[in-house]
Every structure is written in structure tokens, then in C-alpha cells.
Write a protein of this length. Structure first.
Length: 299
């Protein structure tokens, strides 16, 4: 039975949600990519998914490239098409996989920005006395750097997932995947003070169990958490642009430069693929080259 594009896309998205457990944002991005392809095919060839040929996919990709689609966005489109047609063939909805031979576009890998250890120390020791909730804000910054959290993981962190005695935080990351991350002593100390003195003042009748609460007793939004980080950076007087994800990059880079194994860093960051973590080896090599050039007498 030939499925229409809309039916095939719906079944594929259901598979991503129920069997793969992928995030809603990923599902929406994939749906958008597939629907744009379906609209193009419908207007030009009026074909259903089972009749699509490789030449038509490559023509579509050429059309998107000529329209100025960035390489990173192009890669997302290619990945969406490849896994979509692989799914159709595996489920017997298509006799062939026309996207199987498509190569993934090569991306230019940019080295992530990082702060050095002195700059991080300056940030974490900033005077927050003028802040409305200084204990919360300090605990947030300490936890971001101590655990290398994404900003969404920070705002989603819950009391029942924090064990201060064992200094462990259970983190729910991308695709609802969980990992256990050690929490440093200084971050634990900041959390203990905040939880004892300031969080009780933020709790309201319908407050959840999120560690970090807003003035209204609600879960902090990622936008507000981002804003808090930027406000503390301004107070600290640091001249470089520090933002939440830069703290995550700095966490990984500092671990690597101090001798941590790359596989351990991968686990701590929650990367599914080691190749994602390997970018930090290039950062560290850049640091080593800079040190060598500065201090070696014949560099």
C-alpha cells in the first residue's frame, strides 16, 4: 500500500517519539525538513514517498544549496531524509532507500570559545551582595561550571535528583537520557547554603521541586537563567563574553588540560558520540601550542 507523504511523516514522527525517545524540538525540526521536501516533490513531480528516486533528492538538495542554505542546516536536512527513507524501507513502506547513497555535507568545525581558569575564578568569586537572590545566583554559576550542564539541564535540575552527601546530581539531558554527574565541593557548599537560607523564601503554594526557583516560586526559564549569568558576568568585571554554554565548554577543556580521559568527559557531558567530545582535544592543542610559543626559547 502506497502511503502519502503526510501519512508516512506522521508514522515516522511517532516512531521517533515512542521508540527512539527523541526530544520534541528534534521531532519538530525533522518534521519541518520532511514537509518542506514533500511540498517541493509534490509541486514538481507529484510523487509519493515509495516512488522517490535518488536523483530527485539530489536535485532538491541542489535547490536548497543554491537558495543559500547553510552547511549545518543542509546536514540536518540530509540526516532527516536519510533516516526517514531508511525507516520506510525497514517497515516495508518502500522497496528501496533512495537516500542511502547520499553523503553527509562536510562541516567546518569551529573551536568553541572558553574562559581560562583565572577568569572562571573571577566570575565565581564576584560580589553578589547587590543581587536580590545572591545565594541562588552563586549556586547556579557554581553548578553550571562544576557539572558542565546545559542551561536546560540546570533549570530542569530537581531536588530529588541531588544527593549532597554523595555529591552526585542525576541529570536529564537531550532525548530524556539520564546521567550521573559528580558535583564539586565548592558547588555543594553553595547549594547547601542556598537550599537552607534562600530557597525556602522562594517557595510558594504550587512550587515544584526544581532546585532553582524564580521570585514567583516557579521553575526558572532558560531565558531568565541565561540573563542571570550575563548579569553576574557584568558584576564580575570580566571583559570576555561569558555565557552559559561557554561555561560548559570551559568545564570540558579544563578537565582535559588537567589530564582527564576523553571518554570520561564524554560521559560527563552526555555526548552520544565521542566525535562530539573530540573538539576539545583541538582546543587543548591550541592551548599547548600557545604555551610552547610563549615559553620555549626556540619556539
Amino acid at each position: 500500500m502506497q502511503l502519502s507523504f503526510s501519512e508516512a511523516i506522521d508514522q515516522f514522527l511517532l516512531y521517533l517519539a515512542t521508540e527512539r525517545g527523541l526530544s520534541e524540538s528534534y521531532q519538530l525540526s525533522t518534521r519541518r525538513s520532511l514537509e518542506e521536501f514533500a511540498n517541493w516533490v509534490g509541486a514538481k513531480y507529484d510523487k509519493e514517498p515509495g516512488a522517490i528516486e535518488t536523483s530527485e533528492i539530489t536535485e532538491y538538495l541542489g535547490f536548497r544549496k543554491s537558495g543559500g542554505l547553510a552547511p549545518a542546516s543542509m546536514k540536518l536536512v540530509v540526516v532527516a531524509l536519510k533516516i526517514f527513507f531508511r525507516f520506510l524501507k525497514a517497515r516495508g513502506m518502500s522497496a528501496q532507500d533512495p537516500a542511502d547513497v547520499l553523503p553527509l555535507p562536510r562541516l567546518i568545525r569551529y573551536l568553541p570559545n572558553t574562559a581560562n581558569e583565572i577568569q572562571i575564578e573571577q566570575l565565581l568569586s564576584a560580589d553578589l551582595g547587590s543581587r536580590s537572590f545572591p545565594l541562588r545566583d552563586r549556586a547556579m554559576l557554581e553548578l553550571l561550571y562544576a557539572c558542565g550542564l546545559r542551561i536546560s539541564e540546570l533549570t530542569g535540575a530537581r531536588l530529588e535528583n541531588l544527593n549532597l552527601e554523595q555529591r552526585i546530581l542525576r541529570v536529564i539531558g537531550k532525548g530524556n537520557k539520564t546521567r550521573l554527574v559528580p558535583v564539586g565541593r565548592k558547588a555543594c557548599a553553595a547549594l547547601e547554603i542556598y537550599l537552607a537560607r534562600e530557597r525556602p523564601e522562594l517557595v510558594r503554594r504550587r512550587a515544584g521541586s526544581e532546585i532553582f526557583l524564580s521570585r514567583q516560586g516557579k521553575k526558572l526559564t532558560t531565558q531568565r537563567a541565561w540573563q542571570i549569568v550575563k548579569e553576574v558576568v557584568e558584576l564580575s568585571g570580566i571583559e570576555i563574553n561569558i555565557y552559559p554554554h561557554l561555561l560548559r565548554h570551559s568545564f570540558a577543556t579544563h578537565l582535559l588540560s588537567n589530564g582527564a580521559d576523553l571518554r570520561i568527559i564524554q560521559e560527563l557531558l552526555g555526548h552520544a558520540d565521542i566525535s562530539t567530545t573530540q573538539i576539545y582535544t583541538h582546543v587543548d592543542q591550541s592551548h599547548l601550542k600557545a604555551v610552547h610559543k610563549r615559553f620555549h626559547p626556540r619556539a
